[in-house]
Design a binder for this molecule. Sequence first.
Ligand SMILES: Cc1cc2nc3c(=O)[nH]c(=O)nc-3n(C[C@H](O)[C@H](O)[C@H](O)COP(=O)(O)OP(=O)(O)OC[C@H]3O[C@@H](n4cnc5c(N)ncnc54)[C@H](O)[C@@H]3O)c2cc1C
Length: 398
Amino acid sequence: MNDLTCVIVGGGHVGLHSLKAIKEETRGMTNGRQIRFVLIDKQPGHLRKMLLFRPAVCQEEIMIPWTHYSFSEGVEFVQGKVTSVDSGGKQIRYEDAQGNQVLMRFDLLVVSVGSIVQQPEPDRGGIALTDPQAAIDIQERWRANLRKAAAETNPEERKRLMTVAVAGAGISGVETSSELALEMQKEASSLGLNSFDVSVYLLSGQKRLFLEGPENVGKKLDQFLGECGVKVLYNRKVIHAEAGAVKLSNGDRLPVGLCIWTIGLIPNPALRSMGLPLTPEGQVLVDECYRVKGAPGVYSIGDCARIVDPTTGKADLMRAGEGVLQADRLGKIVMADLEGRPAPVHKSASSILDFFCIGLGENRGFVWARKWGLNFIMTGKLGWKIRKLAWDKGSMLR
Ligand SMILES: Cc1cc2nc3c(=O)[nH]c(=O)nc-3n(C[C@H](O)[C@H](O)[C@H](O)COP(=O)(O)OP(=O)(O)OC[C@H]3O[C@@H](n4cnc5c(N)ncnc54)[C@H](O)[C@@H]3O)c2cc1C
């Protein structure tokens, strides 16, 4: 009998976990047929997207080659950009690394093409933290500014060169601004500058931080950011970054050497032309077992899919933590579908435990969890260890 081909499109946090879960659940066989696994991604390795801010502050490689993963034995890796899914004809079309159009047949397909970081309109200036290259550009810019500051005699101009605005105060804005402030202070000292002159502003359009949790947790986070040297400005959005300053929504003009945008994630726009059913926001429509509507054998999870808990009606957020739990369940769902048994249904992670962890620089972490209506907060080294564990687990490095 022929092999059954299982194709995973997208090897981000969720695609990797899906591959492992399906491989482990099925043990590579179903009804006497061997399963052939193919992972297809437009990149040459797994991007540790949650660490995107790292190359903006230090030298850190955040791309892991596919061959690093031990469960990858027997898996074919294909570098290619999937452009369409023909669910009736059971084939995908992709552009390979040489630009050729290729068709690939599948029996089972998992679409986990994720999200992209939202960019402001091009005329709004600044640099959006969208990908590793943008992160490197950001690092080069603030380091060059500090070198200029070291030679600058005008104190106002020196101060401006030592100032950065981070626009967007979600978790990635919080992590970016804290690590940046600490790294800029270190670099300023080594250049003979006064590290107290480094200013990192985090611009929030809201009246507090961390809308996912209670107000006092947002206040605590603000306090920790202050200790790192980050000043949060509330109810103020960056309208645009112009030469030497950012213009804010309240009319203020803040002199800065650099503006970094961290304004959140949107579903991968490539989905719009893939031929799958989508919500108006652009996420794949799936049922409570992650099966794509009207496309037998096709599943979708992670940031690119709208996953709703059928009991609570609550949709999962675009978070690796939630996507990884979906992936673990997907392994069981696929196995059940292959054997014609009832499959487990989605249950939102937050109905079990609300859990967020945030890194605030080496040995400074912030973890908040809520269970039975009680809030648990862990900070400092313990918070950092948990944060690091979550990053590593998300990329299957532990
Ligand atoms: C700076 C930052 C910090 C974050 N921090 C946290 C955090 O602390 N906690 C948390 O839970 N979440 C966090 N997130 C969100 C988290 O990164 C996402 O929820 C997670 O990456 C989603 O995983 P995914 O596999 O669904 O999608 P992605 O990680 O986006 O992966 C999609 C994969 O698909 C590939 N791909 C895309 N299009 C195609 C195509 N057409 N053909 C082939 N391959 C394609 C991509 O190359 C990529 O490898 C953060 C995100 C950012 C940007």
